[in-house]
Design a protein around this ligand. Structure first.
Ligand SMILES: [Fe+2]
Length: 258
């Protein structure tokens, strides 16, 4: 053994092994699969990102105010984004000011665990954190080039679960129409990994129930009142003309586990 260590070739080979280990190991770690969900009945992470509460920030609209005119008018979009969504963000940040220890958490984490949010700001976090999360998703699942038939895997999954896209739309629109007052209608992935239609009141998020929102429509009057007045059913019908199926497919990849 000692004689081997005296040979330059042995040291050369050991050097090569050392280089392979130090260079190769980080690559192996980087290639490790990143979990997109956690078990025990609740979805515990967004795909790719959690929405920060440190502080919360109003995301810019990913298109012009008038880009969705075929379903939603520019003035409604402007008020909805610049005033309503901004108010949720501002209210959330104000509430969290006195609890800096909460500011490092994601909105999703706080909404899943509201009992651990101090009671004096719990409802504010529920309403405004939920409003921020819901609207951030809402802008992203719409697009000026959206609409038409679903594409990708979600198209097959909708057919398998609801019979057809038309049947799914009917059930979704009916649920949205029946949601009394302000709220949302959702397509979610449930704890068993299946698609399901759900509604929530006010700004509650499906993740509070361990359901993951794949797409959702805002049925608060502020989302449609300027063009559709009280005709929520007409709004629900037209809204499909701007649904961004690419983003819906991305969100649909989430895996849940009961
Ligand atoms: Fe809204």
């Amino acid at each position: 053994m000692i004689s081997m260590l005296r040979k330059p070739a042995t040291w050369f080979l050991m050097g090569i092994v050392l280089i392979v280990l130090t260079v190769g190991l980080p690559k192996q770690l980087a290639a490790a699969p990143v979990p997109v969900y956690i078990a025990q009945g609740t979805v515990q992470s967004e795909i790719g990102k959690g929405l920060s509460a440190n502080p919360a920030q109003l995301p810019p609209l990913p298109y012009a105010y008038d880009a969705l005119e075929k379903a939603i008018d520019a003035e409604t979009m402007k008020i909805h984004h610049d005033r309503h969504h901004k108010a949720y963000v501002d209210n959330l940040n104000n509430a969290l000011k006195k609890y800096p220890q909460l500011q490092g958490r994601t909105i999703e984490a706080m909404l899943r665990d509201l009992n651990n949010v101090p009671s004096d700001i719990r409802n504010t976090v529920r309403n405004n954190g939920g409003g921020h999360l819901n609207h951030t998703m809402f802008w992203e699942i719409m697009s000026p080039t959206g609409g038409g038939q679903p594409t990708g895997n979600i198209a097959q999954e909708i057919n398998k679960t609801f019979g057809s896209f038309d049947d799914f739309k009917k059930q979704f629109n009916a649920a949205g129409g029946q949601r009394f007052g302000s709220g949302w209608v959702w397509l979610v992935r449930n704890k068993q990994g299946q698609l399901q239609i759900a509604t929530t009141a006010n700004q509650d998020s499906p993740i509070m129930e361990g359901l993951y929102p794949i797409l959702g429509n805002d049925v608060w009057e502020h989302a449609y009142y300027l063009r559709y007045q009280n005709r929520r059913a007409d709004y629900l019908n037209s809204w499909w003309d701007v649904v961004n199926w690419n983003e819906v497919n991305r969100r649909a990849q989430v895996k849940t586990q009961a």
